[in-house]
Structures are given as structure tokens and as C-alpha cells.
Write a protein that binds this ligand. Structure first.
Ligand SMILES: [Zn+2]
Ligand SMILES: [Zn+2]
Length: 105
């Protein structure tokens, strides 16, 4: 849920794949309660979030050939964006660099 232009290629593509997997899980009737409890997903934001990531992928010239399948959305979950920014800075040097440059600009 971090501003897409702050994500490195790996994390942009990774989150995109995760959204497709999440919709796959919802459509197979798998429980996503654990993800909701751990603050990893916002079900109500999945469709808009996918759109944001696709726009950023297109801006960078990455391929996107996979429309998000239909699914029954519902309101569940809340992601703390600033916590995620800190986590990315800790875990990924490429994201850290992008976030640092963003703050300078
Ligand atoms: Zn997609
Ligand atoms: Zn990264």
C-alpha cells in the first residue's frame, strides 16, 4: 500500500503478484483472516491498488497482461502505510534509495 513510485522493481512486481494470489484465494474460498489480522491486506482496496500498480508498471515500461479477475469485495483489514515504509527501508536497499530520493525532492 506504499506509494507505488517508491517501490523497487522487485517489490512493485511482488506486490502485484500478491494481489492476484489474494484474489485467487478469495475466489477459491480460502480464509484470508490471518492476513487481515496481521495488517497485511485491505480487501476493500485490492481493486484500486491493483490499478495503481498497473499504472506504475506501465509508466516504467513493464508488461502487464493479466487483468484482475472479478471477486466479491468486502470491507476488512487495515494496512499501516508508514510502518510499511519503515519496513521496506530496513529490508530493501533499492526501496530505501527510492524513498530517500523522494524525500529530497
Ligand atoms: Zn495484474
Ligand atoms: Zn524493494
Amino acid at each position: 500500500m506504499v506509494q507505488p513510485d517508491l517501490l523497487c522493481r522487485k517489490h512493485l512486481m511482488g506486490e502485484h503478484v500478491e494481489l492476484h494470489m489474494l484474489v485467487g484465494s478469495l475466489n477459491k474460498g480460502r480464509s484470508v483472516k490471518g492476513f487481515i489480522r496481521d495488517g497485511l491486506i485491505e480487501v476493500q482496496s485490492v481493486r484500486d491498488r491493483h490499478e495503481q500498480l498497473v499504472v506504475e508498471m506501465a509508466r516504467r515500461g513493464y508488461n502487464h497482461k493479466s487483468p484482475l479477475p472479478d471477486f466479491n469485495s468486502f470491507i476488512a483489514g487495515s494496512v499501516n502505510v508508514s510502518d510499511n515504509i519503515e519496513e521496506l527501508k530496513r529490508r530493501c536497499i533499492d526501496c530505501k534509495e527510492r524513498i530517500k530520493n523522494e524525500k529530497v525532492n
